[in-house]
Design a protein around this ligand. Structure first.
Ligand SMILES: [Fe+2]
Ligand SMILES: [Fe+2]
Length: 380
């Protein structure tokens, strides 16, 4: 119960902000998901969670190939398929607590300078690295399952044939990502965490919303953009060879997905929504950015490893001020904010809100259509 109240208190600023900005429509569309995620905690303690969906699928009987850039992405996707079982070396032995090939450097553990961490033995530090990485990769796994469903929904609902064809490849890609992360977590790290409440709220919100473009906005632009940043960051910092190889494959797929999301929404928002509807999307994207920013407090990892030693408020303060948080925020939001600008959802009306939460500085970074997979692999 205490943690439910703390989760709600932690989302106070989100709700307050939505009210202050008169984002009542956004608030209304988020209340159901927030109630299910933060109060009922429906993503937790259950073997599965049923969600009732309501959206329209669209058949296209003309089969017009009207979107050449999406068609190019579809061709690239078909030529870039890989097989998670055969193309990754699962026979490689992974020591998740190795000091020689650490999963992540200690420098990015939030508590690195805290006396309680400094006092740990090298072996205990190894256990901390394994726990934190298992927490992060578990959130990626849950996000990938959301992406698999969202890709399937969007394939049905999007109006253009080229988008449906590309969507069919994304469904396969996301299935492979679920397989890859799940195998690594269960066979190599031997640890799986439940979904974080904030991530659950975002996934629930975009799955249950009937408007296809919000599914695109939530998944292709926000969650996948953030995942792309996080994958690039982890890939360049991990010394574990199998994880590095696996992230290289996944990043190459995700680069196409985000690019596709930008193409679809840039066209749709420029030509097919009213100014009032555009503003509503802009507000929705901001609230989601706010939720995702809070996702990285790693409370599930804290509960298991540090709840005996630190209060949750103290933990939050350390994480928010840590180098890890600063680097993470930077790499993730530089993959989101330029794309929001490109699709027309960063008008002067909302810039100051992004500035207030420290995210506006990324607006001049390159958007997805201007980045190659190599740029993303090298975290450029
Ligand atoms: Fe994915
Ligand atoms: Fe994806």
């Amino acid at each position: 119960m205490t943690s439910i109240l703390e989760s709600l208190a932690g989302s106070g600023p989100l709700l307050r902000n939505a009210v202050q900005n008169r984002n009542f429509k956004v608030l209304a569309s988020m209340l159901g998901p927030a109630f299910r995620g933060l109060v009922q905690q429906r993503g937790r303690n259950e073997a599965s969670t049923p969600l009732r969906l309501d959206y329209s699928a669209q058949f296209d009987w003309r089969y017009r190939r009207s979107e050449p850039e999406m068609a190019r992405l579809y061709e690239a996707a078909k030529a870039s398929q890989w097989n998670a079982t055969a193309d990754l070396d699962w026979s490689a032995s992974v020591d998740p607590e190795s000091a020689e090939h650490p999963l992540i450097p200690d420098a990015i553990i939030p508590l690195v300078h805290h006396p309680a961490f400094v006092r740990l033995t090298p072996r205990e530090k190894g256990r901390q690295r394994r726990g934190l990485m298992a927490w992060m990769l578990s959130q990626f796994l849950h996000g990938e399952q959301g992406a698999l469903f969202a890709a399937a929904q969007v394939t049905e609902a999007v109006p253009w044939l080229d988008a449906k064809l590309f969507g069919s490849t994304q469904v396969v890609d996301e299935g492979r990502h679920v397989e890859t992360f799940h195998t690594y977590l269960t066979q190599k790290l031997e640890k799986l965490y439940e979904i974080n409440d904030n991530l659950y709220v975002v996934i629930d919100a975009l799955m249950t919303d009937g408007r296809w473009d919000l599914k695109f906005l939530g998944m292709q632009i926000m969650i996948e953009g953030l995942a792309l940043g996080a994958f690039g960051f982890l890939r360049s910092h991990t010394s574990e060879p199998l994880l590095k190889q696996m992230l290289t494959f996944v990043i190459t797929d995700e680069a196409r997905h985000v690019h596709y999301g930008v193409l679809a929404l840039q066209k749709f928002y420029a030509t097919q929504v009213s100014e009032k509807e555009r503003r509503e999307r802009e507000d929705w994207a901001f609230e989601v950015a706010y939720l995702l920013r809070n996702r990285f407090l790693a409370h599930e990892y804290y509960e298991e490893h540090w709840a005996h030693a630190l209060s949750r408020a103290e933990w939050d303060r350390i994480v928010l001020q840590s180098e890890m948080m600063a680097i993470f925020r930077r790499t993730m939001f530089k993959r989101i904010v330029p794309n929001l600008k490109r699709i027309g959802l960063l008008s002067d009306r909302v810039r100051s809100r992004y500035e207030d939460i420290g995210l506006l500085e990324f607006e001049h970074c390159r958007a997805a259509p201007d980045l190659t997979a190599q740029d993303l692999l090298e975290d450029r």
